[in-house]
Design a protein around this ligand. Structure first.
Ligand code: GLU
Length: 436
């Protein structure tokens, strides 16, 4: 089984979305189940409604799942598993206060060495647990550090060895008897028998801890990991919330379509794809995690714009017209004429809407526009642009620039754009509304 485990603590960013897409693709390729686990164990950081928002976004990308649950539903299980580790003396109780730890950190800093927990509470076991609980004195539960190096044969980052001291005896249950991220995550991966975990490389240091938790709990199935390189912004810094393009919501607001965002994120850092423009079902046919570069990749909005334009070209005409409030394939075709100069649906909308809005007759060409407007309103419907043009010239004497400038403004609300002969057949059934 594969999973996507988002935290409902903020807007979904493109890094999270890439993780969801790639886990989904690999699940499909392996014909395995795909689980969504909302990681809401750190209750203070949860933001109401973000879980529903994440699910809705996944739906927009047609990323379907076999099951979904909130991690907090497993609180009782996490507590029981922690007690089991205490009973088996793989974990111990720690009464160190934040002040004790701070002092130890300061000393390590002064000595120029990396801080490690000094194991001074390692003598406190399950017997002390009951007494401490009754007394109300705060304590945490720590997992004893491993005895051997932990080796993660990462699919992308290759073999990574972590020494026991680097894993350290870390906290698995907080003073409020809730699990830490690493403990909840590892327990749940174990309980769901997650066989392959694809996630961002910011989790690389969590992986040995989670591997250690699972092995301490006696889980002996091998879990494969793949850590995706970080995404950089145009200043070559890690993309963060400060970069608006990192937000999936922002990309939608700007007029990028789901198929294009998906396409771009699958392509990111992956130069060996057989095609540049593709759909999710196509990617499932050939996607290979091993061709993803180990190093960070720059987010390139120009490339995303190019991909977006290509997907808009491929979109069904009638579906495309729906984005502008029509259900008419001709309006979709009309929008596609503007793809020479536009790459997002917002840019297209800025071209299509003015065509159907009342025109401004106060400008330089107002008088000619009035003449043409009245000719059109009285004339029969012309099939071709040539017929329309001939009729106007015949009745008004307007030709050349004196015909085309006002006619273009009257028909499109703009001074420039695609050929009128291509636009006209697509708007002719709205001509009275348009030419006014
Ligand atoms: N909840 C974690 C996050 O959103 C992901 C955990 C994981 O994939 O293991 O970063």
């Amino acid at each position: 089984m594969l999973r996507f485990a988002p935290s409902p603590t903020g807007d979904m960013d493109i890094g999270n979305l890439r993780v969801a897409i790639l886990n989904y693709i690999v699940a499909k390729q392996k014909n395995e189940q795909f689980l969504i686990r909302i990681e809401d164990s750190d209750t203070k950081r949860n933001i109401e409604g973000k879980d529903t928002e994440i699910m809705m976004l996944l739906e927009k990308f047609a990323i379907t799942h076999n099951s979904v649950y909130h991690q907090s539903e497993h609180l009782g299980i996490h507590q029981k598993l922690a007690i089991r580790l205490l009973q088996e003396e793989r974990a111990f109780i720690c009464k160190c206060t934040e002040q004790d730890l701070e002092e130890a950190r300061e000393i390590a800093k002064k000595d120029g060495i990396a801080y490690r927990y000094n194991n001074r509470c390692e003598i406190l076991t399950n017997d002390d647990y009951k007494k401490l609980k009754e007394s109300g004195e705060p304590f945490v539960i720590r997992l004893k550090k491993p005895e051997q190096d932990i080796i993660n044969n990462d699919v992308i980052k290759r073999s990574i060895k972590t020494a026991p001291n680097e894993v350290d005896s870390f906290v698995i249950m907080r003073t409020d008897n809730t699990p830490t991220y690493n403990f909840a995550c590892a327990c749940d991966d174990m309980l769901s028998n997650i066989s392959f975990i694809i996630r961002g490389e910011d989790h690389l240091t969590n992986t040995p801890k989670q591997m250690h938790i699972k092995s301490a709990l006696g889980y002996d199935s091998d879990t494969k990991y793949a850590h995706l390189p970080i995404i950089l912004n145009s200043d070559a810094k890690k993309m963060s919330k400060r970069d608006e393009a990192s937000s999936v919501k922002w990309l939608f607001e700007e007029g990028f379509v789901p198929d294009a965002i998906l396409n771009y994120l699958i392509l990111l850092g992956n130069s060996k794809t057989p095609k540049e423009i593709f759909t999710l079902p196509e990617a499932i046919e050939w996607f290979n995690l091993e061709t993803i570069s180990k190093s960070a990749t720059k987010f390139d909005i120009t490339k995303l714009q190019f991909i977006n334009r290509e997907h808009l070209k491929l979109m069904d005409d009638k579906q495309l017209s729906g984005l502008f409030g029509f259900a008419d394939a001709d309006i979709g075709k009309l929008a596609k004429l503007y793809l020479e100069e536009c790459s997002t649906t917002n840019e297209l909308e800025a071209k299509i809407r003015p065509i159907f809005k009342p025109k401004n007759f106060d400008g330089e060409w107002g008088e000619q526009m009035r003449t043409i407007e009245s000719l059109i309103s009285e004339a029969p419907a012309f099939q071709t642009f040539n017929q329309l043009k001939k009729h106007i010239t015949k009745e008004s004497g307007l030709k050349g620039k004196n015909l085309f400038k006002p006619l273009r403004i009257l028909l499109t609300g703009a001074e420039n754009g695609p050929e009128l002969s291509e636009i006209y057949p697509l708007i002719k059934s709205y001509i009275l509304e348009v030419a006014s």
